[in-house]
Design a protein around this ligand. Structure first.
Ligand SMILES: [Zn+2]
Length: 402
């Protein structure tokens, strides 16, 4: 929601999330949260001053905006998105499995809209993110990184550009500069953009393994999140375990080099053997994991971003959320892009999990706020209404009320 620089926001209930660390394990996720009933958030100069109970003493002349019988949480984190695919909204094939969706997306990308239309779609998507109360987005970046960066800034949404490497053997560090070349060129044109970027792997089957290792090591050295799609579909399992299936057909000779050989491992095991699983890594999806793999993700302190509506739309299955939570994995939420979802409202992901698994509201609020912030290596000022943090609140859907 758009907020004035200085205002007192009154709501029925506010969850400030101050003092909350990232929550791992069922007990930590489900623990009661401190609520301020009949609360007010004082914003001054676009920053949080304090969260108090109403009535309270207000600075002279401060506007009071009564939001009524709503519950507010800190601006939420959408930890996985593809803003550059916003123009594909409603155009890709859904409900018929991953391969059918991917084939349709590739066809769209080959005949893609002009840059201005893509930029307009990105701007609309960022406006919607702001409206949903998204404070920060972890966005897979590519050719439209500059349009995404500008639109996010225009709408007051923080962004971590996860610069994806796709296919081929481009050296990770070329002339002593990391990043995929297209992001490297963009970073050179906008001062400070590099600080918002982190190199990312697309997936184990679509990014060269040397690049994955180098990008991961680079992220680790600079304390940036290293993101990768992991264990999303049956097609991915089949390709990595058996070296066959529709992904091999789709990618052979283009993304997959002729010399590519299957590791004959499940995705989590292959990621582990490449040294990619640790506290700096954000694994996206993790639909196809078993109990031992959930324990391994927890043991290595790998964060997992769940995208339940995207998974349902592509009919790839559902991540074993309770198993991951009980194992102690750091869980956060993302919408994925508009190529596989109807909107970018990450609170709807929490609603989907509540409906399917009956997860406690406290767990979902933590995934939306402090856990998302931790997974993207953001500071204390994201996911919490701390004094001095940038203004940003989300209205909690009624279905997520504790
Ligand atoms: Zn994705």
């Amino acid at each position: 929601m758009h907020l004035p620089e200085s205002v007192a926001l009154r709501a029925r209930t506010i969850y400030p999330m101050t003092g909350e660390g990232p929550a791992r394990g069922w007990d930590a996720l489900a623990a009661p949260l401190r609520a301020v009933d009949n609360g007010v958030i004082l914003l001054h100069g676009g920053r949080v001053e304090s969260v108090e109970q109403w009535p309270t003493h207000l600075p002279a002349g401060m506007e009071v905006r009564d939001l009524g019988e709503v519950t507010l949480v800190p601006g939420v984190v959408n930890a996985h998105c593809h803003l550059q695919l916003s123009w594909t909204a409603g155009r890709a094939c859904m409900g018929q499995g991953f391969a059918a969706w991917l084939r349709s997306l590739i066809a769209l990308l080959r005949a893609q809209d002009p840059a201005e239309e893509r930029a307009a779609a990105i701007d609309g998507a960022c406006a919607a993110l702001a409206e949903y109360g998204v404070r920060h987005v972890g966005d897979y970046a590519g050719q439209d990184i500059l349009a995404v960066d500008a639109a996010a800034a225009r709408h007051g949404v923080g962004v971590t550009h996860l610069c994806e490497w796709f296919g081929a053997k481009t050296p990770f560090i070329d002339s002593r500069r990391p990043w995929p070349p297209r992001c490297r060129r963009a970073a050179a044109t906008v001062p400070g953009l590099g600080r918002r970027c982190a190199p990312a792997g697309h997936a184990l089957y679509s990014t060269d393994e040397d690049v994955l290792r180098d990008a991961h090591a680079f992220c680790k050295a600079l304390d940036k999140p290293f993101a990768i799609h992991l264990a999303e579909s049956e097609e991915e399992m089949r390709l990595l375990e058996l070296g066959e299936g529709p992904l091999r057909d789709i990618y052979s000779g283009s993304v997959l080099p002729e010399s590519w050989r299957a590791p004959h491992l499940r995705p989590v095991a292959w990621a582990r053997s490449l040294g990619l699983l640790d506290s700096g890594t954000l694994a996206v999806h993790c639909v196809h994991v078993d109990a031992a793999e959930a324990a391994l993700l927890a043991h290595t302190r790998t964060a997992v971003c769940l995208c339940p509506r995207s998974n349902a739309n592509l009919a790839v299955g559902a991540a074993p959320v309770e198993m991951l939570a009980h194992a102690g994995v750091l869980l956060c939420l993302g919408t994925d892009g508009l190529s596989s979802n109807s909107d970018l409202d990450v609170c709807r992901e929490a609603v989907a999990l509540r409906r399917r698994w009956g997860l406690p509201a406290e767990a979902l609020i933590r995934m939306l706020t402090v856990n998302g912030a931790a997974a993207l290596h953001l500071g204390e000022g994201v996911g919490r209404l701390c004094h001095g943090s940038a203004a940003g609140v989300a209205v909690l859907p009624d279905e997520l009320l504790p």
